[in-house]
Write a protein that binds this ligand. Structure first.
Ligand SMILES: [Zn+2]
Length: 506
């Protein structure tokens, strides 16, 4: 590490620590509570310059990535504005692998890379690797495991991309156990162990694309046990650009490479739902982490209520003890981030504001770096909750917008009104006109879709308006007693050209 780099990172630590504890102390003074939590100084009190590399965030693209983004044409019997099936395909045969799993010790970074490489190569095509770029400050590569159906398309029979879920672990280098949980999850998925044992895992495999980034902060963890000095120094690394254009105190500060790699990767392969993992507490933390530019407000709506809290509650309810957490400000093992401690520029707020998707922050182990012997029960406590959350990646409207005449995919601006507010999203012509709007059970959503053809701006299309509500009940989602198809409404939206409406509709 160069002297300049050391100075820069120490400066980050100083800045982040100061701002974080200023907010924590303000909270403690106002509430009389003692903070007991994973310190998350991934705050951004500065105008962080975000250089998007979304067009090429990987060191090397893989077939899985390409398949995920391809466009499958409509089937000949696709009906206008038709409600399709739940998009759940027939369970697929499970692969086998010779790669063994052992809880005996934590993986060093080289051991992790070797393990994943061997796991993928023996997964019979179930898994592949992607490499978010750039590497860490110390030059360690950040790796992602991609899991999908064996010998299957990444897309559903309806032509919609599969629902996708992304896990991001080990944001803070000294919170190590969650990294091992994600490696265990990767092994269970890629080896076929989980699918062989449970039909719900098979259904997930057939219907959902899962990406796992076991560590986004390898410098803070390698070699095990964690290099605590390095872990502390890198606490400032996982900062994300402020989600909105706030007037921020201080000067300008560039993001560190780890944050750049993850934000670029998530922009490139936008997950329908995602989560990042921590240790130091036991709670499911949901957006928003910051209600204003200074962290003064301690509660605020997102415009998607009650969905963020519902996702956190679903995880907590599937965990054997998380939902027992009711110490203020926790409610049944959940908390809105800002109510716990405000974080400016957090990952989950960035995903919500910039990518327009939901992301929650899971604190899974009160001891940040527990002995390896405690990892098996930790896995048992979380694996069902992990499955539950991944299943909910499909909860909402999944749709594609196409030209009614040519069936070609279109882009669109989509406005969605619910009792909680109005949210916008966009349909992506390069992904077959696909858009996804997460929805909460029992809430009526009013959609207004304005299609356009990015390759031909002279064409104009009629606006498409409709309303949708999921019939599944909240209690059923919390309990996990749903069928996956109940969580999804899929539609193909036919866009009629404004200047040819009469002839097309005859
Ligand atoms: Zn943490």
């Amino acid at each position: 590490m160069s002297g300049g780099a050391a100075f820069r990172r120490l400066r980050l630590l100083h800045i982040a620590t100061f701002a974080t504890w200023a907010l924590i102390c303000a909270h403690s003074a106002s509430t009389g509570t003692t903070p007991k939590r994973c310190p998350r100084p991934d705050i951004d009190c500065f105008n962080a310059a975000f250089t998007s590399t979304a067009s090429s965030p990987l060191h090397a693209a893989t077939d899985a990535t390409a398949a995920d983004r391809k466009f499958l044409p409509l089937s000949s019997n696709a009906a206008s504005d038709a409600v399709l099936s739940g998009g759940v395909a027939t369970p697929t045969p499970t692969p086998t692998t010779t790669t063994a799993w052992s809880w005996k010790s934590y993986h060093s970074h080289p051991e992790m890379l070797d393990f994943l490489s061997e796991l993928v190569s023996s997964s019979d095509g179930a898994c592949s690797l992607e490499w978010p770029s750039p590497s860490s400050v110390e030059g360690r590569r950040i790796v992602a495991v991609v899991w999908s159906a064996v010998n299957g398309s990444s897309d559903s029979p309806s032509g919609l991309p599969k629902p996708s879920f992304t896990w991001v672990g080990n944001m803070h280098g000294d919170e190590t156990a969650n990294r091992e949980l994600l490696l265990r999850l990767a092994w269970g998925l890629c080896s076929g162990e989980l699918a062989a044992a449970d039909g719900r895992w098979r259904e997930l495999q057939a219907s959902t694309l899962v990406r796992i980034v076991p560590t986004m902060n390898p410098d803070g963890t390698d070699p095990p046990p964690p290099n605590l000095a390095m872990a502390a120094t890198l606490q400032g690394a996982p900062r994300f650009p402020a989600a909105v254009s706030w007037t921020l105190v201080g000067g300008s500060l560039n993001m560190q490479p780890e944050a750049n790699a993850i934000s670029s990767y998530l922009s490139y392969a936008v997950p329908d739902l995602s989560a990042n993992l921590h240790g130091g507490a036991l709670v499911a933390n949901y957006p928003l982490d910051a209600c204003d530019s200074l962290g003064a407000r301690r509660s605020c709506p997102t415009g998607d209520e009650p969905l963020p809290e519902l996702l956190a509650s679903a995880y907590a309810a599937a965990h054997p003890s998380m939902a027992l957490g009711n110490a203020t400000p926790f409610v049944s093992g959940t908390v809105q981030g800002a109510a716990w401690y405000p974080v400016l520029g957090s990952l989950q707020d960035w995903v919500y504001h910039v990518l327009g998707r939901l992301h929650i922050t899971l604190e899974l182990h009160p001891v940040k770096n527990p002995p390896a012997a405690s990892l098996p029960p930790l896995w048992e406590a979380n694996r069902r909750a992990m499955l539950r959350l991944m299943e909910l990646a499909r909860m909402g409207l999944r749709a594609r917008v196409v030209d009614a005449v040519t069936r070609g995919p279109l882009a669109a601006n989509v406005s969605v009104a619910s009792p909680a507010g109005v949210r916008g999203t966009t349909a992506d012509a390069e992904r077959g006109g696909y858009f996804f709007k997460p929805m909460a059970p029992g809430v009526k959503y009013e959609f207004v879709v304005q299609p356009y053809d990015p390759s031909n701006p002279n064409l104009s299309y009629d606006e498409i308006s409709f309303s949708v509500a999921l019939s599944v009940r909240r209690e059923v989602v919390i309990s996990g007693a749903y069928r996956m198809r109940e969580l999804t409404v899929e539609r193909v939206l036919m866009a009629f050209r404004s200047n040819a409406t009469a002839s097309v509709r005859k």
